[in-house]
Structures are given as C-alpha cells and as structure tokens.
Write a new protein. Structure first.
Length: 202
C-alpha cells in the first residue's frame, strides 16, 4: 500500500512538472539581455532576468511556475525593459476557429517563405503547446526591424500565401513574450516543442 502511494505521488509530480529537459532547445541569444515571465497561481510575474541557462532552469525547477515565457526582445536592462537592443521575428499562427491541418500548412508556408523569399538562415517552427504554432527568426539582419516593418512582412505572407490564421498584433509586437520550448501550457497540459529548424541548410 505504501509503495502504491509513493508511486502515485511520483506520478503526480511528473505530471505537474513545468519543464521537460528533453524538449529544451533554447537557441535565443544573450540570455542576460532577455526578459522572462512566469504564470503562478497567485498571478503573473514578468521582468525577471537570469545570468545563465542553469540559473533559469534552477528557478523553474524550484518554483514550478504554471507557464514560462521569454521575450523576443533583448534589452540592456531586461528587469526594467529598458535599452532595447533588438527583437527576433515572431509569427503566431493560431488554430482558433480553423482546421488544424490547414493552420499547420500555413505555419509551414511561413517557415518556407522566410527562407526562400527573404533569404533568412536561422528559422524555427514550434508547436505552441496551446492553440497553434510559432515561427521564429534569429538572424542578425532582422533584429532592429520596427513594428511597422514587421507588419509589412505579415501582410506579404497573408496576401501571397493566404496565411489567414496569423495573429498580426502579436506578430508585430517587438516586446512580445513567447512560451519557452520544453515548458508546459497549464491549460492544455501540452508542452511547447520544436518541430523544424533551418540553419542555412536542411
């Protein structure tokens, strides 16, 4: 009976764990310049900063937040979101109200277009763990693009590739927080994870 109870406790701990190290593929640059946000039962905490990946992992493991996020932006002072240094390109393709296969194909179209039409070399596709897919670009050349510049890219993708499920406001927000790969969505219970990576060659 005691063994059964202990096994049950272990299973609950595993199910509630916020982080899956097997799914971690954190290739964002300059962790010291990133802002982090965490959702807890008592509320949302953001403007957190960490000096290393180990420090970030330790924080998540100790505190077990419900949800974990990182900024697409880099700052001189991430704890105050001051001194903007640039932002990754981020495209949020949302399943809400759409067919899953159709939305996935839209995400693939965005992923491919960023490589072929824009000649970008560091592009990734994630499943968000919730309602859709995230496409990210880490190339240096896009880091200083303004919100209006990003809107032009969104409009181009919508018109040329019929990407109708893209969340334009989220995709143009240079201060956006995105879900960390390898962390769980508290509502769906699913993990955000990497589906495809392009680094200049397939």
């Amino acid at each position: 009976m005691i063994v059964v109870l202990l096994l049950g406790i272990v299973m609950v701990v595993v199910l509630l764990n916020s982080l899956s190290k097997d799914l971690i593929v954190w290739d964002f640059r300059d962790i010291k310049h990133r802002e982090f946000g965490f959702n807890f039962k008592f509320g949302f905490v953001r403007k957190k900063e960490f000096g290393s990946v180990d420090e970030l992992v330790g924080y998540i493991e100790r505190n077990q937040p419900l949800d974990c996020f990182v900024s697409i932006a880099r700052y001189n002072n991430p704890g105050k979101m001051e001194g903007w240094l640039g932002s990754d390109l981020f495209f949020d393709i949302d399943i809400s109200g759409g067919d899953v296969n159709r939305v996935y194909n839209e995400a693939l179209s965005v992923f491919d277009a960023l490589k072929s039409d824009f000649g970008l070399d560091n592009v990734v596709l994630n499943v968000s763990g919730s309602k859709g897919f995230h496409v990210l670009v880490f190339d240096d050349v896009i880091q200083r693009m303004s919100s209006s510049d990003r809107r032009e890219v969104v409009d181009y993708l919508m018109v040329k590739y019929d990407v109708v499920h893209i969340d334009a406001p989220s995709s143009c927000d240079i201060h956006r927080l995105r879900r960390l790969e390898g962390t769980r969505n508290s509502k769906s219970g699913l993990f955000c994870k990497r589906l495809k990576t392009y680094n200049g060659s397939e």
